[in-house]
Design a protein around this ligand. Structure first.
Ligand SMILES: [Zn+2]
Ligand SMILES: [Zn+2]
Length: 695
């Protein structure tokens, strides 16, 4: 449970907060403590017994006479923190949406409970939060539950202090809560018959169907305009997931966490190829709300994918969903904020975010620097996500997709305003990516521009609160460089608050069209020739640019090895190359080099000597060797011993785990993003960090 404690009249500076932190650590309590005016305020998480003991020990230690103690809605914490607030305008703390708790699930399945099969069961520990709040404070009248008048029975619980629903703002029951348009039984029979069902969930609609009804799966692909990208699959239980995927303890913990993200798990048994495509992973998740729990209890597994049309935001609007022409399970509780499911995986034994959204947003991320004023950081255009920085807290928004889609752009803009209003941010400084043609940079007149890869690197430094020199590797597909070239394989030394660029893949002249990031054959031709038209265009400088992109090198290698020639979605070629590498028993080793042409020609000349799987693995290991070699060189030169890995390339599991072990073996401390995506979804954090260093 979570409680809010307020102690009055404590003399500040007598070590109260560290003592609280110590006792909390003793009792396994999580939460935070801070000074607020003349009071000390705590939010604490733990068992009832632990919290009781915590309070008793503090009272005894500091001879406290006056205090208040109150149950509040569950707030997740990673640890117990002392929060420094240099001003008294404390930023509101809005809770993310939380999966149905064990107690509520028990009641949901208990025939004798008055909330048996109630699709909107919740309590102080669970239920929707961020997606239904209109304005602060978080009270009944300010959330979309306000239109439902609390019945007498619910009111009793709401006002009864020991009750789990005391002050649960989302309290509801069959008598007084929201209603669905069709019954859960009807919904289940639609799915059992093999049809597609649109289901209104926490952050928007999902499209669901049986994994074995290929026609329906294909129809969902058609509706979404999504050819190949794998669909997420919802399972009823961990045991059921284990029939299809390997699940280790860390993955299990993520699957069961209150955020209930989609977790990318290694396949051991596959569905039809229409479900997860050629991916070696299944994006698996468990039900996170009562409606999903009831449906999955009846029929599982199900394809469960955000209802949206390729590139557009998830649909939250009841009228819009009707246009898709599928059966609908809807309800009359409004969704105020569109929010996709979060996507995570375990990579090199660490949590890695692919998409940070439901269950995590809008939790704040603490950094070490203080901003002088509220700062809005606009992130980038791909996998867009913005952030507000106040004091030393960064509030990251959810994922909005790519901003070249007009409706994604509109949602992004609208949510900047909504986010600011909700938290009371008044941005005095606006920070954007340095790309001159980014949509995200076009909204405001920006005060500061942060180079893309420097932001990637800084997001790792910010997350881990690194001090001293850090050697940073920022590898991805594309970002606008300080010299107007397209960067993507950047090595920086972070020192004295500055990012110094030390190395990168040799520049290659490339066709500067969108097509280059999709067509791997085209990238390959730019590196090693072999296509007359491409060579002519490059020779005559027709729409060309210089590029040090690591992403394009992966594409070219995939094309050269005849593994994949086209990215129908971002990273498809690189993922296929990684999958091929995993199949190899041994690697065909190639020499580490910063010269992409040399690397590719070496692969080409080895085509007859080794299998493409061995070459694919050799290519991966070469990149890791290269990182290690550079790290050792710069260690000797500068004494740097901390390494930050950033950028989408580090979603690659071979690259990341091999790089970690190589570098750690050599005594380096190695860091990677664990609370924001290492891809472009995380760069707003890096922008926040670097902008706070600007004078
Ligand atoms: Zn609950
Ligand atoms: Zn009621």
């Amino acid at each position: 449970m979570t409680q809010r404690l307020s102690f009055n009249g404590i003399v500040q500076g007598i070590g109260f907060r560290p003592a609280a932190q110590r006792i909390a650590a003793d009792l396994g309590i999580k939460g935070q403590v801070k000074n607020s005016g003349g009071n000390v305020e705590l939010i604490i998480n733990g068992s009832e017994q632990a919290l009781d003991e915590f309070v008793q020990r503090l009272i005894a230690l500091f001879e406290i006479k006056n205090y208040t103690r109150k149950n509040i809605d569950f707030i997740p914490f990673d640890d117990f923190k002392i929060v420094h607030s240099n001003k008294d305008n404390t930023t509101p703390f809005i809770t993310p949406d939380l999966a149905t708790c064990k107690d509520c699930e028990k009641e949901l399945n208990n025939k004798n409970n008055r909330r048996y099969h109630h699709p909107f069961i919740s309590c102080v520990n669970c239920g929707p939060r961020y997606t239904i709040i209109n304005t602060l404070p978080y009270d009944r009248e300010n959330i979309t539950m306000s239109q439902f008048e609390i019945c007498e029975n619910c009111l009793k619980e709401y006002t009864n202090v020991p009750d789990r629903r005391c002050h649960a703002q989302t309290i509801a029951c069959q008598e007084c809560g929201p209603e669905t348009n069709i019954t859960i039984e009807e919904a289940c029979s639609i799915l059992k018959n093999g049809s597609i069902l649109a289901i209104k969930d926490i952050g928007g609609y999902h499209l669901a169907c049986r994994t074995d009804c290929i026609e329906s799966v294909k129809k969902i692909r058609k509706i979404k305009g999504r050819d190949k990208k794998p669909f997420a699959v919802m399972f009823s239980s961990i045991d059921e997931i284990k029939k299809y995927c390997k699940v280790n303890d860390k993955e299990k913990e993520l699957l069961l966490s209150p955020a209930r993200p989609i977790v990318l798990l290694e396949k051991i048994r596959d569905f039809d190829i229409s479900v997860c495509g050629e991916s070696e992973y299944i994006g698996a998740f468990l039900p996170c709300n009562p409606i999903q729990i009831m449906i999955l209890n009846e029929i599982s597994p199900l394809v469960m994918t955000s209802a949206n049309i390729s590139g557009e935001p998830i649909i939250t609007d009841d009228n819009e969903i009707k246009r898709l022409g599928v059966d609908i399970l809807s309800h009359n509780r409004e969704i105020l904020t569109p929010l996709d499911d979060s996507v995570v995986c375990i990579n090199a034994d660490r949590v890695q975010f692919i998409r940070r959204a439901r269950g995590y947003v809008p939790l704040a991320i603490e950094i070490e620097n203080f901003a002088e004023c509220d700062t809005l950081c606009l992130g980038g255009d791909l996998k867009a996500s913005f952030a507000f920085l106040r004091d030393n807290q960064v509030f990251m928004s959810q994922y909005f997709g790519d901003l070249d889609d007009q409706s994604a752009f509109n949602a992004y803009k609208a949510n900047i305003d909504r986010f600011a209003k909700l938290h009371g941010f008044r941005a005095k400084k606006i920070v954007a990516d340095a790309h001159p043609n980014y949509f995200s940079s076009s909204i405001y007149s920006n005060d500061s521009f942060i180079q893309h890869h420097k932001a990637h690197a800084a997001s790792v430094i910010a997350e881990h609160k690194l001090n001293g020199k850090v050697l940073c590797f920022a590898f991805d597909g594309t970002g606008y460089g300080d010299d107007k070239a397209i960067w993507g394989s950047e090595v920086f030394l972070f020192k004295d608050k500055r990012m110094q660029r030390l190395a990168h893949l040799d520049y290659t002249k490339m066709i500067a069209a969108d097509e280059i990031s999709k067509n791997a054959d085209l990238a390959l031709a730019c590196y090693i020739g072999g296509d007359e038209l491409v060579e002519k265009a490059l020779e005559n400088n027709i729409n060309t640019c210089l590029s040090s992109s690591m992403g394009r090198l992966f594409d070219a290698a995939a094309a050269l090895l005849d593994i994949k020639h086209y990215n129908s979605y971002e990273g498809e070629c690189a993922m296929a190359l990684e999958a091929a590498a995993k199949k190899a028993d041994k690697a065909y080793r190639i020499e580490p080099s910063l010269n992409p042409k040399k690397i590719l020609l070496e692969l080409k000349s080895a085509l007859k000597k080794a299998s493409k799987e061995e070459l694919a693995l050799g290519f991966h290991l070469m990149i890791c060797d290269l990182i290690c070699e550079l790290a050792l060189n710069y260690k000797e030169e500068t004494g740097v011993s901390q390494i930050a890995l950033g950028g989408g390339v580090f979603n690659n599991r071979i690259i990341t785990s091999e790089t970690f072990s190589l570098l750690e073996e050599k005594g380096f401390k190695v860091y990677i993003n664990e609370i924001v995506p290492c891809g472009d979804g995380g760069i707003a954090l890096g922008q926040a960090y670097l902008s706070s260093l600007e004078v």
